[in-house]
Design a protein around this ligand. Structure first.
Ligand code: ADE
Ligand code: ZN
Length: 329
């Protein structure tokens, strides 16, 4: 890829980015200094240090532990949304984990309040629209995932519009976590779940059978089972695809073998996302560039994926109509 941008002129949207995973290394360094924490094992020469998925999760949790007050979370959220707005992003869904608020003794309410402050500040400055997806972390166990769902359900916060499950996909089966999704569904939250990233097509099938989400985080390993791909097409399930993340985590060896184009050609609804951008040496702007330059997609095809993200967004219909009108203008 060259330094020249083919996609700077395109409006952008993403519906899959983890808040702590978006922390710029410079901000993490400032937080470590603020709290006098030695972070040389997780951040070196301006880059996060990990070598496989399990180590990535450990690194992620260590970074999250450096954000300790509502103000820290407001700063992190605003910083990320301003970065998105600067590259013409009109909509962002941020995946947050109240577990992190609990683990550092801040509490989920203050954690979410900080995130909301950051969203309001960024919206005031740039007009960027954002919503919050509460996630359960699978590696903290089914009880914690249920607690996260219960928290999201009772939050009654207009910015909290979805529920997700992230974390170690190899821990347990989707069936162990179904109750959490039932709670979130009953509360009227949009549902999405990480599947088909570290585990194979079976995890996507489990998610469809047991959670019935409108979207799946990643889902790219559905490509291992063409009957499952056909099922995704029939259901209209949207895959939140994160190409740069998949290459960094070695889900696929390179962009040539990445299945985004094949899934799209088969008729699966797909969109592009950054996941945990600085951890994977990417950004939303770079993901758009990857689609253009590494995957040879034309502007119209990329705009269609942005449209899919907005169509699948967990927002009220009035906001969705306004966002789609901005994209079409
Ligand atoms: N948490 C943060 N990033 C994640 C990913 N790519 N997969 C699963 N859990 C995550
Ligand atoms: Zn993710």
């Amino acid at each position: 890829m060259t330094g020249f941008s083919n996609t700077a002129h395109l409006l952008k949207a993403e519906i899959h980015c983890h808040l702590e995973g978006a922390a710029p290394p410079s901000l993490t360094e400032a937080q470590a200094e603020k709290y006098n924490v030695d972070i040389r094992h997780i951040l070196r020469d301006g880059a996060y240090v990990w070598s496989d998925f399990a180590e990535f999760l450990v690194c992620y949790d260590a970074v999250a532990a450096l954000f300790r007050t509502a103000e820290d979370y407001a700063l992190l959220t605003e910083t990320y949304l301003l970065e998105l707005a600067a590259v013409d992003t009109i909509y962002s869904e941020i995946i947050v984990s109240p577990d992190h608020g609990d683990r550092i003794g801040l509490g989920a309410d203050a954690y979410i309040a900080g995130v909301c402050d950051g969203i309001h500040a960024a919206r005031e400055k740039t007009g960027i629209e954002a919503r919050i997806i509460v996630t359960g972390e699978r590696h903290f166990g089914p009880d914690r995932v249920v607690s996260a769902a219960e928290y999201a359900a009772r939050a009654k916060n207009p910015l909290v519009t979805g529920f997700n499950m992230a974390g170690e996909e190899r821990m347990g089966r989707v069936a162990d976590y179904v109750r959490a999704f039932d709670i979130a569904r009953d509360a009227g939250l949009g549902l999405t779940v990480h599947a088909g990233e570290v585990c194979g097509a079976f995890s996507v099938a489990d998610a469809l059978d047991l959670v019935k989400p409108s979207r799946i985080g990643h889902g790219v390993r559905a490509i291992e089972d063409m009957a499952l791909v056909e099922r995704l097409v029939e259901l209209g399930t949207v895959l939140e695809v994160c190409p740069g993340s998949n290459i960094a985590l070695k889900v696929f060896p390179d962009f040539d073998s990445h299945p985004l184009r094949r899934l799209k050609a088969a008729g699966v609804r797909v969109c592009i996302n950054s996941d945990d951008p600085p951890f994977f040496h990417t950004s939303l702007a770079r993901e758009y560039e990857i689609a253009s330059q590494d995957m040879n997609m034309a502007d119209a095809e990329i705009n269609a994926m942005t449209r899919t993200a907005l169509e699948a967004a967990f927002v009220d219909e009035d906001t969705r109509a306004k966002l789609l009108a901005r994209l079409d203008a």
